[in-house]
Design a protein around this ligand. Sequence first.
Ligand code: AVJ
Ligand code: FE
Length: 442
Amino acid sequence: TPDLDTETLRQRAFAALLTARERTTLLTDSVDDRELTAQHSPLMSPLVWDLAHIGNQEELWLLRGVAGREAMRPEIDGLYDAFEHPRASRPSLPLLPPAEARSYAAEVRGRALDILESTALIGDRPLVEAGFAFGMIAQHEQQHDETMLITHQLRSGPAVLTAPEPPRPTDAASLPAEVMIPGGPFTMGTSTEPWALDNERPAHVREVPGFFIDTAPVTCGAYERFIEDGGYTDQRWWAPEGWAMVREHRLTAPLFWHRDAGQWLRRRFGVTEPVPADEPVLHVSWYEADAYARWSGRRLPTEAEWEKAARHDPDSGRSRRYPWGDEDPSPERANLGQRHLRPAPAGAYAAGRSPLGVRQLIGDVWEWTSSDFLPYPGFSAFPYREYSEVFFGPAHKVLRGGSFAVDTVACRGTFRNWDLPVRRQIFSGFRTARDLHTARDL
Ligand code: AVJ
Ligand code: FE
């Protein structure tokens, strides 16, 4: 979206901030104060920490960074600095109580909107160019909304969130299992997407040899066959650290699954239900995705392969913003924004398919790739090293495409997420790939 005028940018920023706050409000008003301050899992912050952290980051970047204001409450900055306190320790901090956290976030927002009204968004300085700082803060809030939705999934007790069912595919039975992506160069990353974060930049050409990739993410039914075939008890399929994790934690299935009377059940936002065979598998670690792929005679796609499948248009040779083209996501194209509280069945969203016919690359489940989280050639940290740069290296694996819990403002064909390969509480799934010329073709 090059060359947007300043009023359009302002309206977009305003709408993105509003959408994010509506979601934050839903996630924090749907539980009582006791649940807001409780630790539902040592892996997560109390919800009330996320709420005040959202306000604090907004104060830091929009009020102080963009407008040069004084700190409103300098004494709380340390409490909400994610690097100062690990998640498990946050419940014992003297956090703002729920009512104070709400009013702090609201007060920051009021001032931020005044600043948005009065700031030139074009040709002023890099932090505000094309409304970047406002877009970054809307994305930050939405990312914490996804984190808070994970906390909701981890909490016990009856359901407090509801949503309509996602659309079912109409032609899933006739879809090919995999799609061939021809070899050759493609443009990875972006230098023009105004709100792209530092790790998505700059655009650069990658040579990617031809490969096959699954038409849709791996389903629960396919994953059950891996389990039934003894996948979790056969060391052959596992990376050494993955095998150690399986043994130590006695893993037998994805997180939130359990077996009852010969059937796999799962808990999803407070409801126990049969595992749906045709839905993309969710809550698997990178190690489980990697083991499944090896068991199936395939492998995870590299990050570059994933992005080529999602963005490369073989007719024009150009990289698109999304698999379907350059237009923003819509409910017909992708399962995003917590509109549904689950992935859609594999093969859904025909309108969101790529030029070569790959489906559900955007939305539904985050997809593990085989790649470590590394900077692109020409990377430069912006606006702060702690967003991406400090996480680069072999410890983190890249996830792509966004889940049903990702908002459109934080989802693009170029968007990169990362996590530790042991993580399973995130909304993670995967699809598999293979080289063009594997033994079966010879
Ligand atoms: C990009 C999702 C890994 O949640 O840790 C939020 C995003 N960075 N606040 C995270 C983020 C700072 C980040 N991830
Ligand atoms: Fe944060």
